[in-house]
Every structure is written in C-alpha cells, then in structure tokens.
Design a binder for this molecule. Structure first.
Ligand SMILES: [Zn+2]
Ligand SMILES: [Zn+2]
Length: 327
C-alpha cells in the first residue's frame, strides 16, 4: 500500500516535526488516503520495477520517490504490536550530528555535506519486548563488625544476622534486537529508548521510512532477554543485602516466568559515509537524538594543521631569538 494525497495525488509521509501525516508536494496535512495494490515487484504509483530484499517491510521507488509499505510484511505474524514513531525528523538529526561533530577539525570536508546526506535513512528496527515476573528467594548469614578501643585494649564485636530475602520483580518490555541489518552492539548503544512512548502500530508511521521484519522469532531470541532479566534481578538482590562485612549464602533460587512478548518497531537514523575506501556508519536515535559513530580523520587536514602549529611555533621561536639578540 501507499498513502496518496487527496489534494494533489502525491505520496504522503509521516512528519515527526508535525506529528502528522504530511504531503511534501502540496503541504497538505492529514490529506492521505490508502492506495492499495501489491508492491511486490512494481511501484503502485508509477509501475517502475522495485528492488526489495526479503526482510524489507517498506521500500522506496527509485523513479518517483514514493514510499510503499509491503502489506504481507506488516500483517499476520509480521504485524507489529507496538511502535515508537520517529520524534526526530531528518533535518533535526542532521543538525544534531553537525553540533556533535563541529569541533572535530580533522573531519573531511565532504562529511555531512548536502550531497552525502542524501544517503541518510530513517529505519524502523524490529524488536521483541519480553515481560517477565521474577521471584528471588535468598537466605544467608551476614556479619557486622564493630571495633573500638578502651584503655590499652582493642575490642572487636562481631554480630551474626540471618538474612532472608524474597523479591518479586516485574520486568516490563525487555528489548531484544531482531534485525538483520542493524548490528546488536549498535542497538545496545542506541539505548535507552523511552518505552513509555510506545504506541499501537499503524502503517501511517512507516510512510517515508524504511522498515524490516524480524529475522528470528520470539522463542529463538528469548535467551537474551532472560539473561538480561536474570542479571538485573541479581543486582537488585545484591543491592537489597548490602551493608554486611561478610555474607555466606545458604540458599538462592531465581525463577523467571515469561508473562508476555510483543513485537515492536523502534526508530533509528542511519548515515553511511564513504571516505578513502572505508565506510563509516553513524546512527541517531530517532526518538532521543543520541548519536553513535566515530568521525574519519582527514590526513590532509591533519598535515595542514600540523604545519600551522609548526609555523606558529617557529615564528615564536624566531621572535624569542630576535629578542635575545637585541639584549
Ligand atoms: Zn498533496
Ligand atoms: Zn514509482
């Protein structure tokens, strides 16, 4: 399907700045209507052939620029339950990157230039969100030690405590990246997202952006969520029994019950920049604006800069010498 403008027939996209559907051709607001059709092989708008990867859930026609959503990849088992819509539009994402990197004097001139920024894409990354109820049961013996001096004698008093804890912890929406294209480490660095802004999924939010379906099912990826939950539960338990000089564990049990799992899409801007046969990737969290990526260093600029430093130093040195001579 695609979203077509009732006023002018152009392709309507979701605008994060306006928090509305927007027609960039006639500036129409909320003027969209769904145009059906299977975008499996050709553009619904102009009929041009489309290049679609097996995991894409949206695509853009290279000829007319229309964004299409692939019906069968947002339907049935692939229908997302939740989505965080883009809160940061492309212009804002670029501005944030410029601010972040303006102090990097060694960046090549073409970095963040208009031409290369064409390649910047907004992607919805597929995630599984797991809910768990954790029950921790702990028993042990803790000691507290008090030391004081009276006259010539040093006294030590050791008190023994029976420590018992029963913690019930609810974990809501532990996220696990289910994307092929997006590296897990990068998505970990993109955290945190504010999951309170998750909304029910609708296709409108995807218009104007790229999307992917999950590459692995909720069962296959569950262990990663379980490990996260167990780790967090364990540190909460540790926190609750801190303050003892020593602690000997007698019993520890942790049970995790999965209470639910939902399929969600999260927004990320990706900017790929090629420089001297190397590809650099930058990511901007489409909700919070957090930036991940390292700027390439231009050797030419480093040399020019080094030269300037040297010249300044040289000038200072010769000035000193000159002064010395006058004296
Ligand atoms: Zn229009
Ligand atoms: Zn087209």
């Amino acid at each position: 399907m695609l979203f077509r403008c009732r006023n002018c027939g152009g392709n309507v996209v979701y605008s994060p700045e306006r928090n509305k559907m927007f027609c960039p051709h006639c500036d129409g607001i909320d003027s969209e209507e769904k145009a059906g059709g299977d975008a499996g092989t050709e553009c619904i708008n102009c009929g041009a052939p489309l290049e679609i990867k097996e995991y894409n859930s949206t695509c853009k026609c290279e000829y007319c620029g229309s964004y299409m959503i692939l019906d069968e990849r947002v339907d049935g088992k692939y229908r997302p339950h939740l989505i965080i819509p883009f809160k940061i539009g492309k212009d804002r994402a670029v501005e944030l990157m410029r601010q972040e990197f303006k102090s990097r004097v060694f960046a090549p001139d073409s970095f963040l230039s208009e031409a290369t920024l064409e390649e910047m894409k907004g992607l919805y990354v597929p995630f599984w969100m797991y809910d768990y109820a954790a029950r921790c049961d702990y028993a042990g013996t803790g000691t507290k030690v008090r030391v004081w001096t009276g006259g010539d004698t040093q006294y030590t008093e050791t008190s023994y405590y029976h420590v018992e804890r029963n913690l019930d912890i609810d974990f809501d929406r532990i996220p696990v990246d289910a994307s092929i294209e997006m590296n897990d480490d990068i998505m970990d660095l993109m955290e945190p997202f504010d999951y309170r802004q998750l909304e029910g999924f609708t296709e409108e939010y995807m218009s104007g952006f790229y999307g992917e379906i999950y590459n692995m099912g909720a069962e296959e990826l569950e262990n990663r969520a379980k490990e996260k939950a167990a780790r967090d539960a364990d540190s909460l338990l540790k926190e609750s029994i801190s303050g003892y000089a020593s602690l000997v564990q007698e019993r520890k049990r942790m049970d995790l019950d999965r209470e639910g799992v939902q399929y969600a899409l999260l927004p990320v801007w990706r900017y790929r920049y090629r420089y001297q046969d190397r590809e650099y990737e930058f990511h901007v969290n489409g909700q919070t604006g957090k930036i991940i990526g390292a700027v390439p260093v231009s050797k030419k600029k480093v040399l020019a800069y080094g030269g300037t430093v040297f010249a300044v130093l040289w000038a200072a040195l010769s000035l000193l010498l000159h002064i010395a001579e006058v004296i």
